[in-house]
Design a protein around this ligand. Sequence first.
Ligand code: TNX
Length: 646
Amino acid sequence: MPTADPLRPTPPLRPTPKGGVLRSTYRRGSENEPGRFEIRIELTADRFEPGDLLGMCTGTAIRPTAASQVKTVDALSTRLMLRPDPPDLIHGSHHWTIPDLRPLWQAVHANDGPVSAWIERADGTTIELDVVPAELDPPEPEPASPVAPGSVGHATDNLLPRPAKITSDGPPRTGIAVHVVSDPADRWPPVAALAKRLGIDLAAGETTLELNVAIDPDLGAGAYDLSIDGSTARLRGASPAAVTHGMITLAQLVAAGVPARVHIADTPQHGHRGLSVDLARRWFEPEVVERLIDLVAWRKLSHLQLHLTDDEAWRVPVDAYPALAEVGGVRGHGLAIGPLCGSGAAPYGRAYTPAEIGRWVTRAEGLGLELVPEIDIPGHCYAALVAVPELRDPDDSGQVLSVQGFPDNVLIPGPVTTQFLHEAFGSLADLFPNSSVLHLGGDEVPLGAWTQSPRAAQYGRRHDIEPGPAIAGKLIADAAEAIVAAGRGWVGWQEVAQFDHAVQPEYVVAWTSQSAIGPMLDRGHNVVASPADAYYLDMAVDNAWATPGHSWAGSTTMTTTCDLDLTGYRSTAGRLLGGQAAIWGEHIGSLELFDELLFPRLDAVAEATWTGDASGRADDVSRRSSAHPTVLRQASLSTGQRSEDE
Ligand code: TNX
């Protein structure tokens, strides 16, 4: 592995010593009026000089008022740069207090406040600040400590997701070594390697279990059948992927202890069991994505969606537009894209290389997991527009802000963009040769986009399109055409369903809330359910100030996630393909937090989509989840020991 510990957060590329600290307090407002932040900065060695500016990123956008004694130098989405007003207000002092800063929305959690900050001096140098999590004033009472999951029962009780039918007899035997006698589709080596990375050596035990594998198309779609009797195991699977699932079940059993006799007959209830991960807002080392591939495969998920581009970064190389990766992949003070989403003054992040992406593709292929790469158009394109300015209209006089506070973050219609879409999605198809679908985004195009753009107006006249939402429809159609030309199916977020399409999407992802699922099905689409109010794992688990995460879709407990009812859509002739968790990156400042937000709720989604219904099983799934590997916990199921290659 290229770095000493790839699962640790990346240090800034040019680490700057921290020269001070930023503390803040939040006083809640009323129902109709957001509260106020007060910010206090203390420089350790330096004193404030004329011309000093404060730069910071907050979790939710905040803005000064007349009482703040500052002037805004720059404000973009969650980034704010301020100077003292009057300019000599803090000159010669170690301290700077900024009162009465207002969040655009009510702050709910400490991570809605300042998360990164720096002082910019008149000579262009910066002083990086330590940011202490915002305190609530008055503070909240201490929350009750969470109840630890109960102890683990039978070995077969640990399986995750729970198989449809399981019988077993005899105490769990540890020290089992699997010896593969037959494996017609050669599915075992990637599973054994997966288990090993997770700390489970399937070949090391002293008692041999002889494994015979066969493909049996007479089993139902996706089904496998595993029987163990003493020293022999027989696995039949309807397809190579089903065989892989049976092997993962066997690996989980070996880790927990194998009873003398076991029979498992298992079938996934939904073909689409997914996780979508945001690789744009934050930078995660490529090895973290490899780790995620392992973790979702271990839970028998079928799809991992990679959200590779957004306003804050473009992380996938496109040969014809090297600037997308070079300029769009990195942000930092003084760069084309400034700090955003918790990054500081130092350069932060980059695009992934073809070789790194190639390793994801190989790993996913071996584990029967489909990667769904996403380039998000026509909105969420701020980074692309900064990197490739010809994709925007320089004369657009609109100041329409996206939900995240980016002005005019949409592609301009016309031949330059059509060419761009073909190149971008063509490259994506080349980089992900096994992906049957490519995701074109299509979400959250700001209302009013293109209405003040002369080029959009001209384009509209030529093509008889009203310059407004219909332009989004046209650009989505162009992207879909590029994807189809690359030989793949196309998919998008639910917003794509508002337009008619020459080629239908393979599926749409219903995301805004649970109530979006039904209408998408009613329109005749294949639907993947990813409702924010149950399956968005970036939502905090409760509303306590110190709890990390988002709050726009409410808080999401393990019970909320488990209890989402996917059974009610059976009458739609199988058009509900399944469910998908999503983890967005705005608040994920560490891998510890990544773990905390993902687990155990991801296991609730795995359980619900595999078994068809996890309602009422929050405690049971939590208990099982605690025994399985996470991003950071490279534990074996039985001992909790960390593996050597960690
Ligand atoms: C909505 S889901 C978004 C994302 C945000 C997310 C935060 C979707 C299609 N758009 O851009 O990151 O909420 O929860």
